[in-house]
Design a protein around this ligand. Structure first.
Ligand code: SAH
Length: 411
């Protein structure tokens, strides 16, 4: 196995279990004798050692500023049954947290660094696990991972691999980036799973991410508590998660907006399935910024007169995918929040989110503060929201915190 020798003192963060080795920390790469290439191959397992030759751990080699993502600390090789043990530990935690119930068959089983498996995401939809590799190393281990999932998780029968959008763009990838890894039972294309008793259609073949945004489960439940009698606007609705909870919570009217027609089709299917004959829901295919401008100007959108709303949800895609995009992202958050605060009825409630990892809590709050100030309305913070318990943050890896939200009362 290739050894990565660190510069003096660069082992300190690893001794505190931070799972990344940055390229600048490396003194020397010592290839093993039978290594064919002149440097480590992306995805191969490497051993990391301190300057004084103490073994620090083993991990996946990566090309980029993060050179190694560590899988195990204090050992020079992956322990036997490594995948089984890590997956079992994650599964036990979800079980203990009460997430696996008859009325809740959707949960995240593996959340990368948060479950000590950097580069791996696994979402469960009933009997189907959807696996997403964010590193070439995880891609190379996909078969072992799939087998470990069905061995460890009693309800798991099928494993679908969906990494076409998540593997490093420039990497040389051998093998398919998407397709079934294990599928003994014929899995229907029309797959329904349950979140807190609400049925949602999961399209892992064509949908975004693994098919559903599991990370908003707890925040959707909070929307349900506030929805009774309200006119609700769910912006960036995707498959309509927040809309379904608002309807169940007794909303008077719900409008769901997304730019993707495929998403809007799924929202309509989900509403029809859970609330047959529902007449107080309207789905609109539109760009969020255009829609909000039209509404504030009292224009007609998709043949309907849109009035103001009592409860607005803003859950946009990550505006900043990289550090260098943060400034523009903050401007985007400010703009969209100002629009929402401006148009909400007095006494209204705004749920506003950011899932950009590069934008931290404070920066997001400042963007929303600027938006509020711009409108001149009185605004109070009622709740500060975050990612749920099946998207845990490894305490040694604070970078794992990405979802943040504010619930505002707008006078
Ligand atoms: N709130 C959703 C998840 C939102 S993901 C849930 O609970 O499941 C972000 C969504 O924003 C995606 O569905 C994407 O299609 C949509 N989107 C991206 N850009 C948009 C834009 N400019 N206007 C409207 N929707 C947009």
């Amino acid at each position: 196995m290739t050894t990565i020798l660190l510069k003096p003192h660069k082992e300190e963060s690893i001794r505190r279990f931070h799972p990344w080795v940055f390229s600048g920390a490396i003194a020397r790469v010592i290839l093993d004798a039978d290594h064919r290439a002149a440097e480590p191959v992306e995805g191969e397992l490497v051993r990391v050692m301190s300057a004084d030759r103490q073994i620090l751990g083993v991990g996946h080699w990566q090309i980029g500023s993060i050179s190694v993502r560590l899988l195990a600390f204090g050992v020079g090789e992956l322990p036997e049954r490594f995948w089984h043990e890590r997956i079992a530990s994650a599964y036990t935690m979800r079980q203990r947290l009460g997430l696996l119930r008859e009325d809740n068959t959707i949960y995240r089983l593996i959340h990368g660094e948060g479950d000590m498996l950097p580069g791996l995401v696994v979402d469960m939809y009933g009997a189907t696990a959807v696996v997403q590799a964010h590193s070439v190393g995880m891609h190379l281990h996909r078969s072992e991972i799939a087998q470990a999932i069905v061995d460890v998780v009693p309800e798991a029968e099928n494993v679908y691999y969906k990494s076409d959008d998540t593997l490093p763009f420039k990497a040389q990838i051998h093998g398919d980036k998407a397709g079934w890894l294990i599928s003994p039972s014929k899995v229907s294309d029309q797959y329904w799973a349950l979140e807190n008793g609400i049925e949602v259609r999961i399209d892992w073949l064509r949908g975004q991410k693994t098919g559903f945004f599991i990370d908003q489960r707890e925040n959707r439940a909070l929307v349900e508590r506030y929805a009774a009698g309200k006119d609700v606007l769910n912006m960036f609705c995707y498959t309509g998660g927040f809309s379904l909870y608002a309807l169940r919570g007794g909303a008077k009217l719900v409008h769901s907006v997304d730019v993707s027609q495929k998403a809007i089709d799924l929202v309509n299917a989900n509403v029809a399935r859970n609330f047959p004959g529902c007449t107080n829901h309207q789905a609109v295919t539109a760009d969020a910024f255009d829609y909000l401008s039209a509404v504030t100007n009292g224009k007609i959108v998709n043949d309907q007169i849109v009035n103001n709303f009592d409860l607005i949800i803003l859950d946009p895609p990550a505006f900043a995918k990289h550090r260098d995009a943060v400034k523009n992202a903050l401007r985007g958050y400010q703009r969209i929040n100002a629009k929402a605060i401006e148009m909400i009825r007095p006494g209204g409630i705004l749920f506003t989110f950011s899932c950009s990892q590069a934008v931290d809590k404070e920066a997001f709050r400042l963007a929303v503060f600027s938006a509020a100030a711009q409108t001149g309305r009185k605004v109070r913070i009622l709740h500060q929201l975050h990612q749920p318990q099946d998207h845990p943050i490894n305490i040694y890896h604070p970078e794992g915190e990405y979802l943040k939200g504010l619930v505002l009362y707008v006078e």
